[in-house]
Design a protein around this ligand. Structure first.
Ligand code: 5GP
Length: 224
């Protein structure tokens, strides 16, 4: 009997705003039934059509700080100058223990903290095809003021050089191709020897008992 590890795989996905990581990850979880998304908490305000409890849990700065004190986050970071973002620990552990693979879509500071704490986690970096394309995507999204777009672009510029700290890089030039790549990476990682929990091969005695092989075979006296 051969079994994958019963605990799910923790997958960290990062990349600059506008690289398309949310779109990619949403398609991946639609296709991979044993894989789900961790919903982060943030102290920033909802944007556009974002829904509380779906896109994020939107909480106040004070509530966030209270939860930090209570050690409720696997990691948290201050992103875009002054807003908190964090991964709630309890739900994540529950899902992993149930055997679900859980994807965290978090920034690089958060990813590095996860790397320190969870050695076996998988790290994927989503790259835009070019900085020019990234700028166009941020402007087209049209959900923010010009100042905020500029700030995101600046952050992106700094973040992009950090891809070497990840296990895999996926360039998002065509969304469907990028989705297939991420799915393939997850599938391959689940097959890695160090992620296989239990390989039980029948002993020779059992095979002999069942008549599948005989003594001569055991003694290498016969040719196959
Ligand atoms: P946005 O405001 O565009 O939704 O997200 C801004 C950045 O915060 C993105 O890079 C996103 O990946 C990151 N982020 C979202 N949730 C978390 C989290 O729980 N922890 C950390 N460290 N970053 C997060």
């Amino acid at each position: 009997m051969i079994r994958e590890k019963s605990k799910g795989l923790l997958i960290v996905v990062s990349g600059p705003s506008g690289a398309g990581k949310d779109t990619i990850v949403n398609k991946v979880i639609q296709d991979m039934k044993d894989t789900k998304l961790s919903i982060s908490m943030t102290s920033r305000d909802p944007r556009g059509k974002e829904v509380d409890g779906v896109d994020y849990y939107f909480i106040t700065k004070e509530e966030f700080e209270e939860r930090i004190k209570n050690d409720e986050f696997l990691e948290y970071a201050v992103v875009h100058s002054n807003k908190y973002y964090g991964t709630p620990k309890a739900k994540l552990e529950e899902d992993l223990n149930k055997g679900k693979n859980v994807i965290l879509v978090i920034d690089i500071q958060g990813a590095l903290k996860v790397k320190e704490k969870v050695e076996e986690a998988l790290f994927i970096f989503i790259m835009p095809p070019s900085m020019e394309e990234l700028k166009d995507r941020l402007i087209k999204r049209n959900t923010e003021t010009r100042d905020k777009i500029l700030e995101r672009f600046k952050t992106a510029y700094n973040e992009i050089n950090e891809y070497t700290k990840y296990n895999y890089v996926v360039v998002n030039d065509k969304i469907d191709k990028a989705v297939e790549k991420v799915k393939s990476i997850i599938t391959a990682e689940k097959c890695r020897v160090d992620r296989i929990e239990d390989i039980y091969l029948n002993t020779k005695e059992e095979f002999i008992h069942e008549g599948l092989i005989n003594k001569e075979f055991e003694n290498n006296e016969i040719e196959i």
